[in-house]
Design a protein around this ligand. Structure first.
Ligand SMILES: Nc1nc2c(c(=O)[nH]1)N=C([C@H](O)[C@H](O)COP(=O)(O)OP(=O)(O)OP(=O)(O)O)CN2
Length: 145
């Protein structure tokens, strides 16, 4: 019987989309929401896949350090990077691709979740990343086991 849990997190960040035909080519920000769906091999003695609090601490720790109140920019966006670097202080997170909701969701599922959930016994299989209340991207993967 498939069993999973989900927790929702929020953070503020700036970005821009290189090559976008409209306003989103300009530096701007969002109140992002990220939903992380987690499953595990078995429930613990209490009946949990993973304590919601542990999930919160792991994910929020990473978000606070890396994405919250940063500019998330493509590492090839030299002009955008230079603009943000010229302000002091600044926080930048460089992605190896344009920071669309889709690419940020993929990065979160493929890179961030395995790192922060290592040793937890749980694994993230789906991420939904909301850029606004109306727009989100969703990515999921099959978990073998
Ligand atoms: N598939 C995607 N499309 C767009 C993304 C994205 O991540 N994935 N991102 C953006 C921009 O970041 C933009 O800030 C959000 O777009 P949206 O709200 O749709 O912009 P509008 O042009 O509709 O804004 P209005 O203020 O309502 O005119 C764009 N697309």
């Amino acid at each position: 019987m498939p069993l999973s849990i989900m927790r929702r997190f929020s953070f503020c960040a700036g970005h821009r989309l290189v090559g976008h035909e409209g306003k989103c080519q300009n530096l701007h920000g969002h109140n992002y929401v990220v939903e992380v769906y987690v499953t595990g091999q078995e429930q613990d003695a209490v009946g949990r896949i993973l304590d919601f609090k542990k999930l919160k601490q792991s994910i929020n720790g990473w978000l606070d350090k890396n994405w919250d109140h940063t500019f998330i920019l493509w590492d090839k966006d030299e002009n955008g990077l230079a603009a943000i670097r010229s302000s002091q202080p600044h926080r930048i997170y460089e992605l190896d691709c344009n920071p669309t909701a889709e690419n940020m969701a993929i990065h979160f599922l493929e890179v961030v979740c395995p790192e922060v959930l290592a040793d937890s016994g749980a694994v993230a299989f789906k991420v939904r990343l909301w850029e606004s209340e109306e727009t989100c991207a969703e990515v999921s993967k099959d978990i073998v086991g």
